[in-house]
Design a protein around this ligand. Structure first.
Ligand SMILES: [Zn+2]
Length: 277
């Protein structure tokens, strides 16, 4: 497996995007050194590194936010074969608060926005591999057009390992809003989702990932237990519960290779500048 990737890597041209480009540099650099230091995903101070993946669309569109169904299938199979175990946001919170232990190689798979293709294309694959995932839906968009998931689809998925949480009411970057507007976005989306789904909504992903400590405090005040950003990195005991890190999965020239590198070299990403705090 490794040799195949190594060969593919050597043939690769420059990748689009800063992150993907840097992953290539790191990979080449460490391959030339003839030794790999990226196997360990634990550090003494902050405990195990927990991988949180962030997807948006699973479709054939040639767009950075789209990953094709075939590649998504390949990525899920890869995680399964590598011994990753999917967890829920509740599992992650319990572990960070010291109340429970996670399985070995935990991964939280998340989707943002609540696109209809998550049901049509990602959900069957997740079911096939018996994997859990979490979708942060824009509550005000549910059932409003063909692009977005319906309440019925959300309820069906929740019966089969998918957790639905909030991505606010209207997907406006919260830093652009007044405190009152932020409170409304946080509260109304929580209430609407709770009314339709019949359970507490405990988690939120900030639209476009933008947040600050004040917004984090408002999320806590609105009753959320934790919040997810698009800050690149792994979650560990040093993470802020209201600013949890994620690893984005984008469409690139070779998405599967980029995915593989991000997983394999993820401790290095942190070492080379994606530090928390
Ligand atoms: Zn979003």
């Amino acid at each position: 497996m490794y040799m195949v990737w190594k060969k593919a890597l050597a043939e690769r041209r420059l990748l689009l995007g800063v992150l993907a480009g840097l992953s290539l540099m790191l990979a080449v650099c460490f391959m030339e050194a003839g030794e790999l230091h990226a196997e360990s995903t634990t550090d003494v101070e902050n405990g195990p590194k927990i991988l949180v993946l962030n997807y948006h669309k699973i479709d054939e569109a040639f767009h950075p936010l789209s990953v094709s169904p075939a590649l998504f299938d390949e990525q899920m199979r890869f995680l399964k074969e590598q011994g990753y175990h999917t967890i829920s946001p509740q599992d992650l919170q319990a572990a960070l608060e010291g109340e429970d232990r996670l399985p070995s190689n935990p991964v939280l798979i998340t989707f943002d926005d609540g696109y209809a293709d998550n049901y049509a294309n990602a959900y069957p694959i997740l079911k096939q591999y018996d994997m859990k995932a979490t979708i942060f839906v824009v509550a005000g968009f549910v059932g409003k057009s063909e692009r977005y998931l319906t309440w019925e689809q959300l309820r069906e998925m929740e019966q089969n390992g998918i957790t639905i949480e909030s991505h606010t009411m209207n997907h406006i970057p919260l830093e652009e809003l007044t405190d009152e507007q932020i409170r409304t976005e946080l509260r109304d989306s929580k209430q609407l989702l709770e009314e339709h789904l019949g359970h507490p909504i405990q988690y939120i992903a900030y639209p476009t990932g933008t947040y600050n400590l004040h917004i984090a405090a408002l999320a806590k005040e609105a009753g959320y237990e934790a919040a997810y950003t698009i800050k690149y990195g792994n979650v560990d005991l040093g993470s802020n519960l209201y600013a949890l890190e994620r690893t984005p999965v984008f469409h690139t020239e070779n998405t599967m290779q980029s995915f593989y590198e991000r997983l394999r070299y993820r401790p290095l990403f942190e070492e080379f500048g994606w530090r928390k705090r």
